[in-house]
Ligand binder design. Sequence first.
Ligand SMILES: Nc1nc2c(ncn2[C@@H]2O[C@H](COP(=O)(O)OP(=O)(O)OP(=O)(O)O)[C@@H](O)[C@H]2O)c(=O)[nH]1
Length: 430
Amino acid sequence: MFVDHVKIYVKGGDGGNGMVAFRREKYEPMGGPAGGDGGKGADVIFEVDEGLRTLMDFRYQRHFKAQRGEHGMSKSMHGKNAKDMIVKVPPGTTVTDAESGAIIADLTEHGQRAVIAKGGRGGRGNIRFATPANPAPEISEKGEPGYELEVVLELKVLADVGLVGFPSVGKSTLLSVVSAAKPKIGDYHFTTIVPNLGVVDAGDGRSFVMADLPGLIEGAHQGVGLGHQFLRHIERTRVIVHVIDMSGMEGRDPYEDYATINEELEQYNLRLTERPQIVVANKMDMPEAEINLAEFKEQIPSDVRVYPISAITRQGLSDLLYAIADLLEETPEFPLYDPEEVEESRHVLYKFEAEKKDEFVIGRDDDGAFTVGGPAIERLFKMTNFSHEESVRRFGRQLRGMGIDDALRERGVQNGDTVRIMDYEFEFVD
Ligand SMILES: Nc1nc2c(ncn2[C@@H]2O[C@H](COP(=O)(O)OP(=O)(O)OP(=O)(O)O)[C@@H](O)[C@H]2O)c(=O)[nH]1
């Protein structure tokens, strides 16, 4: 079993901004507040799709930013909530926070969903701030920023396709040209990928996992030298690709090789002979290959599918990959997990924890100015509409409410000192 592994960035949509507006009606020149709320930003939601087998798609797209909510409007109209962004992942995907290493979700069953990055709430329009004392407030909030984070996706992968054949027929060469020769493969981090397993992109949006199953012929059915992991792989392999050397070099006879391997599979496990098989005639670039292939075809049953290729010159590879992908589609799936394993993991559901504590940090810049930072304060800052004097005053009150004024005094702030919050600067007035 190997682990397919990729790091991606996700961001929930920002909330829409609330609006400051007033009613303008014919007979009501001093109309009341009429600024609507912004809509909610979209969540980034991961959803299990059992049709997916690998994290291949994440190699091409690593940024997932959900849409922002619509801004509030005049005439008391609220902005629309944005539509959530659904990202499909294969069953068995674990999502961890890249920074803390905490598990956010363990997605095992088809249709299971988890919110990975919450969208921000919409900012409130000035209607919401009206009070008897202040019936026409010029206060609104901007939308709350969507949560953003980097997450690591991990998937334990079992092979869909197993390569079998005599030694030196070209199994590792084939696997290496179809799985590793993709451009930018270096960007895709296979952490614990073992050399004889690879993710194959069929080139038409379909992908599957292919394993070289070496050593089958050397007494594999007696369990010689093969670990438990390997056995598991071959048992779960849905399609067998049988590679045959058509060059006929070293006195080898392709048909004999074919028959021997099939006998070996049968002895190993009868069930394996029920697996659909694709026969690959390799080394077709060699001089005798055409003649050998013709003879071979006369000897094998007529319903056996043979794909002539050359792993070295890459001739015939795309036809072969399409055929494998087609065959996989029509082959029933084996459960990805042992039933007991699923039982265990099914009950673990991790919750996305968006809320961070109301903490803030006070510091000093080189020029003597005080600085205030922290997630809650920065969020508040981003939601403040600084173009309205009243909103700015409200921001001041909120800071006081959070205990920031007191904390600044403790640090020795004086009247007239500069205080910085992100890129906003103000003078401290007691
Ligand atoms: N001419 C030719 N040579 C090939 C082709 N594919 C593989 N070879 C050569 O055949 C030899 C064996 O290839 P491998 O890919 O190592 O064969 P294998 O089946 O993985 O062998 P084991 O690892 O021993 O099981 C190497 O020298 C390859 O370069 C091909 O299409 N044409």
